[in-house]
Design a protein around this ligand. Structure first.
Ligand SMILES: [Zn+2]
Length: 424
């Protein structure tokens, strides 16, 4: 692997075969060292607020099962040791070792754990760095496998990622994983591999130190290597603080950036992959915050997105308002203007507003809170919402025959839309 990557082995490595139980124990240990219980709770509830995980989903247990099942080998940067699962066939063990050895060599030269964590607290940037680590290890592994047939990566017009993940689908836990978990698991390997192959192609592995010296800053750069090469970095966005307005009964669980990958997942969840892809590619920066009511555990989500242009913001408005309707099947008091959209649900109000090339959302709060949010952003005043008279509500309900909050004719389709077929 040193020959392939050009990275010399600086110190000897330990290798061991591990049983499934040992790998499971390692997964649990890693999970605890990576984030504490409160941080993991915050991540899971934030994903829930975006609609990426079902309510009350036990993310920790699920991830432990999934990783124990998926991990064929791993490199432990703390122990400078790599493990190979003892239940995989000998032929596959060589493939796994090629991958893990690349991690080990990169670690000896670039201290991969510290390098990856240096992106914190930016989640999107950290996922981008993880994609470099996994992606470059995939490329090196591919080269190792190709060597046997006397070919190299340059002989391939393009890598077909499907050949690598072909068997990933088959494990029982991955099969029942929410689409977001599956995509997030595969992203660093697949998109990371495409990225690494693209960046390494012109001058080969000699370009690797350059990637560590100038890491991609976002999943957008991973998904579009040309934006890494051109150095596209959106200027940061900030969110107004709502802590004071919300009062002491609320706690902020998380504030971070979803990035293009995260938004693609959110849009895909409700609108499908074909619509999510071009829409999320217009991402030009975002920020979100999730608050939780201490007693009721009620969630409040606010987001702010910058799109590539005003036209893209208009498209986002039209399509995300549809996504929000799909997300909240039970709703009433729907109010729609060209740049402002809101409705009420049992869990509070839902608001979407776009001004120029930016959009904001609020879910789980009331209009007064959104007014405050709007004011803090120094955006123009909101359109007045007409007072709906009880009599009118009754009339509408009688006319449509199903009442304003009942499940309309679309509801069957809507709930089906959340169980779309996995893409891989
Ligand atoms: Zn790896």
């Amino acid at each position: 692997m040193s020959e392939i990557t050009g990275l010399a082995l600086r110190s000897p490595l330990k290798k061991s075969l591990r049983s499934r139980e040992q790998i499971r124990a390692h997964v649990i240990q890693e999970m605890n060292e990576d984030k504490n219980t409160a941080e993991r709770y915050a991540s899971a509830r934030s994903a829930e607020a975006f609609g990426l995980l079902p309510k009350g989903f036990d993310l920790d247990s699920f991830m432990i099962d999934l990783l124990t099942e998926q991990i064929a080998g791993l490199y432990d940067p703390k122990a400078h040791e790599f493990y190979v699962a003892d239940w995989i066939p000998i032929d596959d063990q060589r493939r796994v070792m090629a991958h893990e050895l690349t991690h080990a060599l990169e670690d000896q030269h670039f201290q991969i754990e510290a390098w990856e964590k240096a992106a914190r607290p930016n989640d999107d940037g950290e996922l981008a760095r993880e994609s470099v680590l996994e992606g470059s290890a995939m490329v090196a592994m591919m080269e190792y496998l190709l060597q046997e047939s006397g070919r190299s990566l340059k002989d391939l017009p393009d890598i077909d990622p499907a050949m690598l993940v072909g068997d990933m689908d088959e494990t029982p836990t991955l099969k029942k994983a929410p689409p977001f978990i599956k995509d997030a698991l595969i992203f660093p390997y697949l998109d990371g591999m495409t990225f690494s192959a693209a960046v390494l192609k012109p001058s080969g592995w000699a370009a690797l130190p350059g990637i560590f010296a100038k890491p991609p800053v976002s999943t957008q750069q991973i998904m579009h290597p040309s934006l890494y090469n051109s150095g596209k970095v959106p200027s940061p966005l900030s969110l107004p603080s709502l802590e004071k307005t919300l009062g002491l009964d609320w706690v902020k669980l998380e504030e971070n950036s979803m990035g293009e990958f995260g938004w693609k997942e959110v849009l895909k969840q409700f609108l499908g992959e074909a619509r999510a892809k071009p829409l999320s590619a217009a991402w030009d920066g975002d920020r979100y915050a999730v608050y939780e009511q201490k007693q009721t555990k009620h969630l409040l989500l606010i987001t702010r997105e910058r799109l590539a242009s005003r036209e893209q913001a208009e498209r986002f408005f039209a399509q995300y308002s549809e996504a929000l309707e799909k997300k909240h099947e039970q709703r009433n008091n729907l109010f729609r203007k060209p740049d402002f959209f809101s409705f009420d649900t049992q869990d509070g109000g839902v608001f979407l507003r776009c001004v120029e090339n930016e959009c904001v959302t609020l879910e789980g709060g009331d209009r007064a809170l959104f007014l405050k949010f709007n004011k803090e952003l120094q955006w123009p005043p909101l359109p007045e919402q007409p007072k709906v008279l009880a009599k009118e509500v009754e009339e509408i309900a009688t006319r449509t025959g199903d009442g304003m909050t009942s499940r309309g004719p679309l509801s069957g389709q809507l709930s089906q839309g959340r169980h779309f077929a996995p893409t891989l």
